[in-house]
Design a protein around this ligand. Structure first.
Ligand code: HH2
Length: 292
């Protein structure tokens, strides 16, 4: 068992150095229908307040999304997505220096979010859903999260099918990164994500998490989003709002098995788990936790 390998992730002018423990990416969904926090923020002010609370709780990155990707979610157009996310991004950019990410697969949304100051484009289609996305990201210098998904949010849970889920997801992410590098995106700007819950059964999700370290061999930061997801409901029998313990247990496993960025709803609790696990791992390696 070992932790992650230190990596750097270049996101516009910033270098995110990921060493002993993963960075925490706080989820901020400005949507009426996200599976967990949908409808939580009635207006941009509420969303900005929650964003700032996550910063205080220790988030390294805020991931702002305006379209739900839960199974069967209704699609929204770029205008509506921008109406939801842009005021929040603009206000957060004024209030905090924390790294901002936009969770979108539309180039038009990414472009305006980048103009407003985000440093990362988190795209569940691995920059492959919109023909203009790759060039939009390339020109901006932003970091990008390339996520694996089988199918589309509308259909992905109908009948997910793989011969070897770990090998296939790994191969897809490695080849997608290579293709983007060929199109002019520097490799240092890319991170990869197995896409827990995106066209995967319980068994597929568990296998991907259990073999997380195999994704790290391509040398790119590994992002994992498992917070409150339905596979935890299947394991524990709990509803979405009652999946904190399962989320933290799976997060702890990921910390010990090579995750570089954890995308979470519960920032405060996740930061505590990461600090505790990384201190224990350091002590196990004969190092000090660095805290008196
Ligand atoms: N999961 C969700 C959305 N975006 N991005 C990455 N990179 N990885 C993920 O696992 C991931 C993601 C789904 O979670 P959430 O945003 O909470 O829900 P919804 O899509 O319903 O808004």
């Amino acid at each position: 068992m070992s932790g992650n390998q230190a990596v750097e992730w270049i996101c516009r002018g910033r270098t995110l150095r990921i060493g002993t423990g993963p960075l925490v990416m706080g989820v901020l969904n400005v949507t009426p229908d996200s599976f967990s926090d949908g409808g939580s923020y009635a207006g941009p002010e509420d969303a900005v307040r929650r964003g700032m609370q996550m910063v205080e709780e220790g988030a390294d990155i805020l991931d702002i999304g305006g379209e739900s990707t839960r199974p069967g979610a209704a699609a929204v157009d770029a205008k509506e997505e921008l109406r939801r996310v842009l005021p929040v991004i603009q206000a957060l950019r004024k209030e905090t220096d924390v790294c901002l990410s936009v969770d979108t697969s539309k180039a038009a949304v990414a472009r305006e979010a980048l103009d407003a100051g985000v440093e990362i484009v988190n795209d569940v289609t691995a920059l492959g859903g919109d023909v203009d996305m790759c060039e939009t990201v390339r020109r901006s210098g932003a970091g990008a999260v390339l996520m694996h998904m089988q199918g589309t949010p509308r259909t992905m849970q109908a009948n997910p099918c793989y011969n070897d889920v770990v090998a296939e997801v790994g191969a897809f992410l490695a080849s997608r990164a290579d293709a983007l590098v060929e199109k002019g995106l520097e490799r240092e700007r890319l991170a990869i994500d197995p896409g827990i819950g995106f066209g995967k059964t319980l068994d597929h999700n568990l296998k991907l998490l259990a073999q997380l370290q195999s994704l790290g061999i391509c040398g790119l930061p590994v992002v994992v989003g498992l917070s409150r997801k339905s596979f935890l409901g299947k394991l524990t029998g709990r509803e979405t709002e009652d999946r904190l313990a399962g989320s933290l247990a799976a997060l702890a496993y990921c910390v010990m098995h090579g995750a570089h960025v954890m995308r979470v709803h519960d920032v405060k609790e996740s930061v505590d788990v990461i600090r505790t696990i990384t201190s224990l791992m350091a002590a196990g390696n004969g190092e000090s936790a660095g805290v008196e």
